[in-house]
Structures are given as C-alpha cells and as structure tokens.
Design a protein around this ligand. Structure first.
Ligand code: DOR
Length: 427
C-alpha cells in the first residue's frame, strides 16, 4: 500500500491547548503514525514546512438538491465544492424533490457521491414520510442503508406526538434527530422582527418562532431520553433554553452557521435577496451571543447550511426570492479571516467545531482527529495565503452568497482524501 510521510506539520494538540510540530505517516487510507519525527524510506515525502495540518472538515448540514433541482446543485458539484472548501465528509439534507425518505433514496445518494469521488456524502434521512410531518419514515431501514441522522430540515415536525416517537426511535436505532426548529405559524415574514424591520416596512420573523420550537423539542428529548440536535440556532433566547437543558443533562447538541456568526441585521442591506436566509440574519446582540455560546460550549459545532439557489431565483424581489446562501467552498477561510485573525475566536475553537466535535455528535468514529488509526482525511492550511471569493473560485453550481468579492486571508492549499493528495486548484 502506498505510503505518504507528511513532514513538519503544525497540528493542534487539543488536550494541551498547544500548537506542535509533527510528522504524520499515512498508509493507504489510514494514518499509521504521528510523532515528532517519523522516518520511513519507502514513503513519498510531503514537506509542508510548518503549515497547519487539520483533520478534514466535517460539515453537518448541506443541501445538494439531487434529486429534483439539479440546476441549483447536484451531488457531484456539491461534494466537489465541499472538498474544495476542505470538507472531506458532508451530511446531505433530505429536503430534495422527492425527499430522502426511503432506503432506496439513501442508497442513491451514497452511490452518486461514490461515483463523483469528491467529499464523502453521508445522507440524512427524513423523520417523516414525504417530509410531511405526519407519519414516521422507515428510520431503521434508512439507518441500515447508511443514513447518519434524521431531519425534516426546511420544516419543523409540528406534531409533538410524531416528534416524541422519532426521539424514541433515536434510542432504539442509536441515531440523532435533527430539529429544524421553526414554528412556521409565526414566520410570515422575511427578516428578523425588530424595530428596524418595522421601520423598513418588512414583515418580521420573531425570534420566538425558533425559541418555541427549541423549547418543545428539548422537552420531548427530556421526556424520552432521545438524542436531539438543533440545526442553525440563531437567537440568544434559544441559547438560554439550550444552555439550561444541557445543565440539566438533556441529550441535546446544536449548531450555528457561518452566516449567523458573521452577519447582523443592522449591518446588511435588508432588501438584497442574497441576505435572505432561514432562520433570518438576526441582531448584533444575537450574533454576539452566538459567538460567546460557541466559546462556552453551548453551541457544539459550526455547520454551513449550504443552500444553493440559481441566480435568477435570487435576482428578484426580496419577497419572492428563496431562502438560503452557499458557503461550502470558502466558509472555513472566511471564519478564519473574520474571527480568528481578529482574535474574536481561537483557532482551537474554530477547528474543534468543524472536525472532532461533529464526528462525536454523528458517531463518525474513524474521522475528525489526527491520530493513529484514523482515516487519512486531512487538510493543509496556509494562514498567510490570500484569495478573493469570486464566481470562478466557487465550485458549487450556484453562486448565491453575499460574500462575493470579499478578500480573505487564510487558505487551504492541499486536501488529502483517504490518502489521496490533491492541490486545492485541481479540485
Ligand atoms: O435558508 C435556508 N435554506 N434554510 C433552510 O432551512 C432550508 C434551506 C434550503 O433548503 O434552501
């Protein structure tokens, strides 16, 4: 089996909270040695000269639109965008057309991703048949076929009894139920409801629309002992509910998107559809709470909610444009540039939130760390290399991001996927 020896890698020692230099030996698709100095005459040497080596990123929330809306994205373009952004494993959400609600659909996604050969795609199955919220889907069957979690993402499971059963199933099938926490009877608007949204004449989307749903799902997780993960948390009120639940030992974790960590309603052009996302970009106060919650562990992970939409769908008026932004190609660099470089977030907190923490939540035992026996999914990061987020840079089929034209400092230069070394430009 082919051996590759990565020399002079700067790696993060999470136990000691220190950056250390290591040599990493890969054989086939596995890491076989990590030491201060490794010698192996039979290995091909890759000297990365003190650049960072991180585990390949794991994104727990992306929309790949296949089947049904391949003009926005497909599994090939989505998994390519992921790998280009340093993501070696990505969870694909099931709100496709038709939704991923059967074993056959799960098999289809896994096969398509294997054919494409970019990032590994782990499908998320729906909680309910047709994603309609009424009848549980075949969770056990889909889990056996390779679904790593279950969600009706895009919609909240409004029926409490159905959600209760789903959480009970999460114990029986040792899996995770992801909640798209949104009481949509309160979400008629398009922007976060605030004094500003009133002043601008935009119909609002109150934070309570999320908080009510978070509260109910936590209560059901408490009742059942089931495994709950809350997607794209956006309001400070939700964080208080989650923190309190964690302190009481409820089995709950949650994620935040790069969009909600970086954007604030007071600072964006509220009439630009590229900023239209669900949940909406909330206030500066919410954004500050999200960052603090990431640091204190209330928020466990960062997940993209990569939501591709075609240009003509977005280049319309704010009311009719669909919700969502892409970010797989560049989110790590953007977060590094905007938060780590400015000392708002430590590199350790950022890397943990996109590597071993998602691996722990979704029980991906063979990835997320640089250690003997783990998969050789690795990324080489140069903190000095700058680039501009352009349409040409983005490998996703859709370009719907308000960060187009933004210059960022810090770039992946190589991605190693199961032992295969790729230059970032060739992806
Ligand atoms: O903005 C969003 N877009 N939020 C979601 O929850 C769904 C997603 C989509 O599928 O476009």
């Amino acid at each position: 089996m082919k051996k590759i020896l990565i020399k002079n890698a700067k790696v993060l020692d999470f136990e000691k909270g220190k950056e250390i230099l290591r040599d990493v030996l890969i054989e086939g698709d596995t890491i076989v040695d990590v030491k201060e100095s490794v010698l192996d005459e039979n290995a091909e040497v890759l000297d990365i000269e003190g650049k960072y080596l991180f585990p390949g990123l794991i994104d727990a929330h992306a929309h790949f639109r296949e089947p049904g809306e391949e003009y926005k994205e497909d599994i090939k373009s989505g998994s390519r965008a992921a790998l280009h952004g340093g993501v070696t494993t990505v969870l694909a959400m099931p709100n496709t057309k038709p939704p991923l609600d059967s074993r056959a659909m799960i098999d289809f996604v896994i096969e398509r991703a294997k054919e494409a050969g970019y990032a590994e795609v782990l499908p998320v199955g729906t909680i309910t048949k047709g994603r309609e919220g009424e009848e549980l889907a075949e969770i056990g069957d889909m889990k056996e076929g390779g679904a790593v979690a279950f969600s009706d993402d895009g919609s909240w499971v409004r029926n409490s009894s159905v959600m209760r059963r789903a959480l009970e199933y999460s114990i029986a099938f040792d899996t995770v139920i992801i909640s798209h926490a949104e009481d949509s009877s309160l979400s008629h608007g398009i922007a976060h409801e605030s004094v500003l949204s009133y002043e601008m004449g935009l119909e609002g989307y109150p934070a309570q629309q999320e908080e009510i749903a978070v509260f109910r799902d936590i209560k059901l997780a408490e009742l059942t002992g089931g495994r709950l993960h809350i997607a794209h948390v956006s309001s400070s009120g939700s964080l208080k509910i989650i923190k309190d639940a964690k302190e009481r030992g409820v089995n709950v974790t949650c994620e935040v998107t790069p969009n909600h960590l970086l954007l604030a309603q007071e600072e964006i052009d509220l009439f630009n559809p590229l900023y239209k996302v669900n949940p909406p970009v909330r206030s500066r106060n919410d954004r500050a709470s999200l960052l603090n919650a990431l640091k204190d562990g209330t928020i466990d992970i960062i997940a993209t909610d990569h939501a591709p939409h075609n240009w003509y769908e977005k280049e319309t008026d704010f009311n009719s444009a669909p919700f969502g932004m892409i970010s797989l190609d560049f989110y790590f660099s953007l977060l590094y540039s905007e938060l780590v470089s400015n000392n708002k977030l430590s590199l350790f907190d950022l890397v943990a939130a996109v590597t071993y923490k998602p691996a722990e939540i979704f029980k991906l035992k063979d990835r997320g760390r640089i250690a003997k026996g783990f998969l050789a999914d690795l990324v080489v990061f140069d903190p000095r290399k700058e680039f501009v987020i352009t349409e040409e840079f983005i490998r996703s089929k859709s370009k719907n991001t308000p960060f187009l034209g933004k210059k960022v400092k810090g770039s992946f230069v190589k991605v190693i996927k199961k032992g295969r070394v790729l230059d970032i430009e060739e992806i």
